[in-house]
Design a protein around this ligand. Sequence first.
Ligand code: MN
Length: 348
Amino acid sequence: MKMSFRWYGPDDGVTLEKIRQIPNMHSIVTAVYDVPVGEKWSRESVFALKKQVEDAGLHFEVIESVPVHEDIKLGRPTRDRFIENYIANIRLLGEAGVKVICYNFMPVFDWTRTQLDKVLADGSNALVYYKDQLEKMDPLTGELSLPGWDSSYTKESLKEVFDAYKEIDEEKLWENLGYFLKAIIPVCEEVDVKMAIHPDDPPWNIFGLPRIITCEKNLDRFLKLVDSKYNGLTLCTGSLGCTLNNDIVHLVDKYSAMGRIHFMHVRNVKILEDGSFEESAHFSPCGSLDVVAIMRALHKNKFDGYLRPDHGRMIWGETGRPGYGLYDRALGATYVNGIWETLEKLDR
Ligand SMILES: [Mn+2]
């Protein structure tokens, strides 16, 4: 298990120096953030990023994300140009020593929450998804914008892309994902860069848009689209685990035994009675997931991929990017390190 931490680049208040001081920290998870979705990243930006990370004593081996242009998801005739750019980025990142690329295939929006600063009983605040709040949200008229969403959409362009998705059902989205994978995975095999798709978050259709990376049956189907270890998963426990329909420990065990998990996102969520959820501290009793059982499954299968503590709460008065403060994620990393060390020693 190689511990890693997401870093949003030089503008991130959580600096590389701070991240390095978390025990057992191995890799930085980052991206080039100033290039529009679908375009080629420059050699200068990628190698400057690599140098910064390595100068801080950390490895530059995981990219999250290289975003997939909407035309690829929609299967538009223009997709081939964007796939060519995507392949150029894979080759460039491979040259820079990157081992894993995380990406997702969610139409229009990345992860969705209904509130970013819900105050919990202990005075910390966290990201939450309340079904009743979601029903009142309309991205076409509201002012909704979440971190991680492509902020380049105007109201008109958002309406245009929503209209385009009226023609795309789940089967069509599968077809477009297959087309994309068949083009890129042979290149990944050639340059030794593993692709790791992030599950849809939350794992159900939202605002009428289809979502397919949601459950065991669909993960099986995904892995068979191109049956290569280079076509793998980012197993995000909080994304797949916010519904009781997914047995996270089983999924982690099954896919790590197959060698198809290249990147783990470990966080906890508390599932509420109506199917809403709140992000919680990593410690198992704080949420609905058994983090020890998740780590035990990885350990049993000799997981040697990357793992990062995913979203944390805001604690101790910290402010900053929702979900991506320093303190609670550092506590999460330390908690996971402790579980892993225990498993290693019990095994001897
Ligand atoms: Mn995640």
